[in-house]
Ligand binder design. Structure first.
Ligand code: AVJ
Ligand code: FE
Length: 437
């Protein structure tokens, strides 16, 4: 009944909040105070900013909006407002030092758990609390910043501080077809029922999608290396005009973190230099690089609707699944999520995670660039704040789908939408290609 449903939701929200904090602790306790406050890249905040920002968002939504409490430290709100201070300027702000930031986040968390214990999560409650949405939103927010902090870890120099086991090898990579066919026809895109889906994933709506072919797996480093070796970065034919300008301005010749030494491509990954692994999905490419590779290969990026149809549409039932493999939450047999590994799994891994279309590794491993601009779905309503999605809609941002190895499962679904500028390559981004049928 409603009572046990509310208790199940409370348990799920509690588990999601605790898991996020455990990961935040791993990312912020693995470096010293100097590294927490340093600027590792002008593209990123100091780690200690993310830490206190996580606490400040939790305070604003769980303590103030839900709990009706007054601000614990009203004077710091402005420091941790992402719109007030661009990332490059954050190291020079009077930020809370690491010890104070930890105490602040822990104090907020203690009160948030008290509020969770008494919140009406079922039925008639306020929209913010219904089905535990706001608690799920805060857990997703923390996990998204944990991914951001992992990007900062990748950008830092010095010896490695993180470690994780290797991802599983594919059982049958050699027998996989390179692409699959998705038949034409309508499918249901987005969701109106997923309780913790964010505003930009809503509402569910029908989309007509013509037949297309899409890669079975993300484009690998080995395939991408052939584009590099074929002079791809020196040939304007393959590039969008702004992409070509980016290549020229920054002298780009390969994905970020790659370098060529003694006739071999090497890459740096979380402080370790290693040969570029041919069978692994390519990482750290911008939208412009993905777009150029696809043109060189005689193909194109999939649209966002094509990506979601390949990932969710079940022709047998005519309905869209929560995930490629079905409606069950992700487990380690389905996808490389949650920073369990510090790299994508080789192409062809996770056979249990494949979609009815036959495409695999749609969830986890690498964020996948699509050709689409980040736009609202028909019937979009900003909730609970315009600054999460609405202010980013428009042609400046391209959509990424599917999540990377650095995404937690609470912040990943078949409907989940990420976005970024087409020049960005420090993110855990790759892609797959498509063509008209
Ligand atoms: C959805 C990943 C683009 O990190 O800028 C974090 C998520 N929003 N805090 C970002 C987010 C507010 C957002 N992305
Ligand atoms: Fe944020």
């Amino acid at each position: 009944g409603p009572e046990s449903d509310a208790e199940a939701l409370r348990g799920r929200a509690l588990a999601a909040l605790l898991a996020a904090r455990e990961r935040t602790a791993l990312l912020t306790d693995s470096v010293d105070d100097h590294e927490l406050t340093a600027q590792h890249s002008p593209l990123m905040s100091p780690l200690v900013w993310d830490l206190a920002h996580i606490g400040n968002q939790e305070e604003q939504w769980l303590l103030r909006a839900v709990g009706g409490l007054d601000a614990l430290r009203p004077e710091i709100d402005g420091l941790y407002d992402a719109f007030e201070h661009p990332r490059a300027s954050r190291p020079s702000l009077p930020l809370l030092p690491p010890a104070e930031a930890r105490v602040y986040a822990a104090e907020v968390r203690g009160r948030a758990l008290d509020i969770l214990g008494g919140a009406p999560l079922h039925g008639g409650g306020r929209p913010l609390e219904r089905a535990g949405f706001v608690f799920g939103m805060v857990a997703q927010h923390e996990q998204q910043h944990d991914e951001t902090m992992l990007i900062t870890h990748q950008l830092r120099s010095g010896p490695p501080v993180l470690d994780a086991p290797e991802p599983p090898r594919p059982p049958d990579a050699v027998t996989l077809p390179s692409e699959v066919l998705v038949e034409g026809g309508p499918f249901t895109m987005g969701t109106s029922t997923e309780p913790w889906a964010l505003d930009n994933e809503r509402p569910a709506h029908r989309r007509e999608v013509a037949a297309f072919h899409i890669d079975t797996a993300p484009v690998t480093c080995g395939a991408y290396e052939r584009f590099v070796e074929d002079g791809g970065y020196g040939d304007p034919r393959w590039w969008a005009p702004e992409g070509w300008a980016m290549v020229r301005e920054h002298g780009l010749s390969a994905p970020l973190f790659w370098r060529r030494e003694a006739g071999q491509w090497l890459r740096r990954r979380f402080g370790v230099t290693e040969p570029v692994p041919a069978g692994e999905p390519v990482l750290h490419v911008s939208w412009y690089e993905a777009d150029a590779y696809a043109r060189w290969a005689g193909r194109r990026l999939p649209t966002e609707a094509e990506w979601e149809k390949a990932a969710r549409h079940d022709p047998a039932s005519g309905r869209s699944r929560r995930y490629p493999w079905g409606d069950e939450d992700p487990s380690p047999v389905h996808a490389n999520l949650g920073q369990r590994h510090l790299r994508p799994a080789p192409a062809g891994a996770y056979p249990a995670g494949r979609a009815p279309s036959g495409a695999g590794q749609l969830i986890g491993d690498v964020w996948e660039w699509t050709s689409s601009d980040f736009l609202p779905y028909p019937g979009f309503v900003a909730f609970p704040y315009r600054e999460y999605s609405e202010v980013f809609f428009g042609p400046a941002h391209k959509v990424l789908r599917g999540g990377s190895f650095a995404v937690d499962r609470v912040a990943c679904r078949g409907t989940f939408r990420n976005w970024d500028l087409p020049v960005r390559r420090q993110i855990f981004s790759g892609f797959r290609t498509a063509r008209d049928a």
